[in-house]
Design a protein around this ligand. Structure first.
Ligand SMILES: NC(=O)C1=CN([C@@H]2O[C@H](COP(=O)(O)OP(=O)(O)OC[C@H]3O[C@@H](n4cnc5c(N)ncnc54)[C@H](O)[C@@H]3O)[C@@H](O)[C@H]2O)C=CC1
Ligand SMILES: O=C(O)C1=N[C@H](C(=O)O)C[C@H](O)C1
Length: 249
């Protein structure tokens, strides 16, 4: 058997970080080498092959630069990425040519498939809106998944030459129509008892299609995270979205 993949987890005390540590410890082909959290020296990842970041949107970009400087491949689940911050990581990778970074807004198979189906369906519908529903301890809104979903729908609508979705709203209470991501309305619900859920609503005169994904447990994200840990070393450069590792991109 080949040597186990050495994995360090950043954000290890958090909900996702702790779940990733347990998943890595149970994986026969991996060894957990470091559990790091706020205030720890990220240089401690040097013994690892791959570092996994589940922290907070305000810290993740700086963490990725520090992890690349430490010479490890990086898998990121933290949300809050923009075209600008992704561009800075791409630029950094030109100076670390063998290194790989995989950033995925959602590692759950059901969510990745829902986003893929939404992108396929979007060109056939006049209207499209996204509703994301999460636990109330989530610090960012809308979710990274909802942003990625809306961007995919918007790209498909552009490619199909569709204009704006019909909407006669003239006046509204602030926020009543949600946030607008690339022209697609996105609504965020925070509710005790939920984990991570999303509905994608597509409508035409006389019909609608609803795609729904539900993560009831953080274990749902682990097969995707472990897949990314296994694949990132063979994927130099930046990969955004688990769909590319599943041949869905
Ligand atoms: N891509 C995916 O499939 C998923 C992504 N997420 C995202 O992962 C992130 C974390 O989510 P949770 O685990 O629920 O949050 P959490 O709040 O439970 O955990 C975050 C952890 O990061 C630590 N932290 C904060 N700043 C840090 C820094 N500079 N260096 C090291 N550690 C630091 C905190 O102390 C905490 O332990 C969020 O952005 C969330 O949206 C969550 C679930 C699935
Ligand atoms: O904070 C969470 O919990 C989740 N965050 C990610 C997001 O913002 O899309 C992924 C999943 O929805 C859970």
């Amino acid at each position: 058997m080949s040597e186990p993949i050495r994995v360090a987890v950043v954000g290890a005390s958090g909900r996702m970080g702790a779940t990733v540590c347990a998943a890595v410890e149970h994986a026969e082909d991996m060894t957990l080498t470091a559990r790091l959290d706020v205030g720890d020296d990220l240089g401690a990842v040097r013994d690892a092959d791959v570092a996994v970041d589940f922290t907070v949107p305000s810290a993740t970009e700086a963490n990725v630069h520090a992890l690349l400087d430490a010479g490890v491949h990086v898998v990121v689940g933290t949300t809050g990425w923009t075209e600008e911050s992704l561009g800075r990581v791409r630029e950094h990778l030109t100076r670390a040519p063998g290194s790989g970074v995989v950033i995925a807004p959602n590692f759950a198979l059901s969510a990745v498939l829902a986003m893929t189906f939404a992108r396929q369906a979007a060109r056939y519908f006049e209207s499209a809106e996204v509703v994301e529903l999460h636990h109330p301890r989530k610090v960012d809104a809308p979710s990274g998944t909802a942003v990625h979903t809306a961007q995919g729908i918007a790209a498909a609508r552009r490619e199909a030459g569709l204009g704006p979705a019909p909407d006669a709203t003239e006046s509204q209470l602030d926020g009543a129509r949600g946030a607008v991501v690339d022209g697609v309305h996105v609504h965020a619900v925070r509710l005790q008892g939920l984990v991570a859920h999303e509905e994608i609503l597509l409508g035409n005169p006389g019909e609608s299609l609803t795609l729904r994904t539900d993560s009831y447990d953080r274990g749902s994200f682990m097969p995707g995270v472990l897949l990314a840990v296994r694949e990132v070393r063979q994927r130099p450069g930046l990969t955004v979205g688990l769909e590319h590792l599943l041949d869905l991109g």
